[in-house]
Design a protein around this ligand. Sequence first.
Ligand SMILES: Nc1ncnc2c1ncn2[C@@H]1O[C@H](COP(=O)(O)OP(=O)(O)OP(=O)(O)O)[C@@H](O)[C@H]1O
Ligand SMILES: [Mg+2]
Length: 365
Amino acid sequence: MRVIAIVNQKGGVGKTTTTCNLGAALAALGRRILLIDLDAQAHLTFHLGVDNSTLERSMYEVMTGRASVAETLVQRAERLDLVPSHIDLAGAEIELVSQLARERILTDALAPCRDRYDYVLIDCPPSLGLMTLNALVAADDILITLQPHVLALQGISKLIETAGLVHSRLNPRLRIMGVVFCMFDGRTTLSSEVLADVSGYFSRASDGQTLMAGTRVYETRIRRNIKLAEAPGFGQTILEYDATSHGAADYRLLADEFLAHESDKAPKPAAAAAPSADTVAPSPPTPPVESPPSDAPPAAEATAAPHEAVPPTESPDAADASAVADLSAGAVPSLSMDADATAAQDCPAPASAADEGASHGPMAV
Ligand SMILES: Nc1ncnc2c1ncn2[C@@H]1O[C@H](COP(=O)(O)OP(=O)(O)OP(=O)(O)O)[C@@H](O)[C@H]1O
Ligand SMILES: [Mg+2]
């Protein structure tokens, strides 16, 4: 079982859409998938058509020690399970404030599931608070979703700094496996410039055995596609909602690339890497500043989701910084680190070649 945290403290950058549809595409390729909705907004739960008002248990009960993952999960489709969320989870951070090792709750909750799944995908909230910290401590890998616009670049160094702290103090297995561009429009100059900057940044950062060894900017870019925005309103994954859409093709392709990358990976080092090397992130790229591209898509295409359910949110800096500040101050207790656990992990066989040959041209709706 590999645990992948899908993270970006910036809101509205495709974390939930990617968790849902990458998970569905991996399940379609025969992998056993557990999706964790770790966001009190419960967007992933909604996206998958699970009515949490009728459920007795959710991630709130899991995180507060009242229920196990096995008791809480919903079997959503073949090989695709979900641990739903609930707004109650918003209160858990305060409830847990005095609990010892509160950053390890999710790690412990997932331990009994180890043989049951190939991949666990965690949809993180748009913050670097306690829930995201739990995800990073439980995870083997971080997958960052980015929307290619100027502001998308601003959070990266903070995110990497946080991941570096978790890696050095709490979870030496942690790696940043990659960056996926969502809502990409290859026709705009800005998208191309942001892509070039981010690619350069991660290739500079990837030297040596560090948190970012092997980080890739995925070649598959998830194009802006109205079907992806519509699917949550029907409680369906993109493969269920419109398997012929460009959105479905892109997430299938991403699943193929994800699995191919898994099989390429060199074995992870048995010993923890030196903390200092990993906590120093290179300077983030300078955001390109430009006027809107003349070939930008029409506004109607860009925003046409009939139920663009939730406007992108971004947590206040203070809230984002709280977990990092805890770590920096040494407030989170050090944990025993079982480096050998990495070697014992079950890594599924690579996928066959892409079953869809979607081009990555201009946006298709
Ligand atoms: N490729 C895409 N094309 C069109 N719409 C998209 C695409 N990806 C995501 N969306 C829409 O953009 C909005 C934000 O996406 P999503 O909810 O996945 O972001 P998020 O990072 O999880 O946001 P939050 O941080 O608030 O949880 C949603 O309405 C979603 O349906
Ligand atoms: Mg989300």
